[in-house]
Write a protein that binds this ligand. Sequence first.
Ligand code: BJW
Ligand code: ZN
Length: 254
Amino acid sequence: MTLTSQLEQAALWLRQARSVAVLTGAGISAESGVPTFRAPAGRAPTVREGVPPLWNNFRAEDLATPEAFQRDPLLVWQWYDWRRGLIAACKPNLGHFALAGLEDQKEDFTLITQNVDGLHNRAGSRKILKIHGDIWWVQCLSCHKVTSDFRVPLPALPPHCSCGGMLRPAIVWFGESLPLQTWNQAETAAQSCDLFLVAGTSAVVYPAASLAPLAKRHGARVIEINMEETPLSGAADISLRGPSGEILPALIAS
Ligand code: BJW
Ligand code: ZN
């Protein structure tokens, strides 16, 4: 099947679907200039585009853990400060805007994102399940209150909450549980949709990677959009190979 005929088939399924759920990952923001986390399977992790030498030496698995923050809060804080500055200078792309438009077209629509960059909000999406948190939120280590913080740059040291506790990025790190209510809503959407669309994720981080198989077990059609093959590609009903900033607008407009 050519990309054009796959796209036509996928567009037909999308038009026919009453209930649509979408899962996005870092790849959807790549065309906005936000670096992704991982090199494709089998490819050596060389210098990642847009990542300065200091941060290129670290993997998300080295910095995005409660242990890393405990060991060296300043290093982790500086990593977030660099990423917030980078993201603040980026704009949503046509993929983000296409999904915001799809929300208006569908009676039942759920956008689930692993991304913490806030670009779906800036594109106009309204109902967003942020299963890995948000880079523009901070959380108190003592009272656990979550607040927004849009400062760029951040203060040099992690600030403190009014209760005296240290603030940390309100992001779900490795080994931490996902926000329960948000996760439950994501699972419900996957179980009840007719069509599950997955865009720009390597599909290796769990439990997010379990949503598409869950949707499929409950009878949904699964469409994947990715530049590369992923562990999900074989199980997807259609896997569209290419940039989400081009494929999503084409899929949603046709
Ligand atoms: C394009 C494109 C374009 C490029 N168009 N496409 C075995 C060992 C140890 C742990 C585990 C294990 N098995 C499972 C676990 C648990 C762990 C996990 O999954 N680890 C795996 C790495 C193995 N998961 C967890 O710990 C989760 N919690 C949990 O399970 O709780 C229960 C529990 C509690 C206690 C103990 C054990 C379990 C939490 C996961 C939290 C993930 N958090 C991060 C935060 C990073 C920090 C930050 O953002 O500040 O979330 S990690 C990082 O990966 C980030 C992302 O949301 C997530 C997913 O990455 P994503 O979005 O898929 O990006 P990439 O870079 O991987 O892929 C980009 C894709 O885009 C590629 O495919 C490209 O081809 C494509 N692309 N350009 C379309 N233009
Ligand atoms: Zn507090």
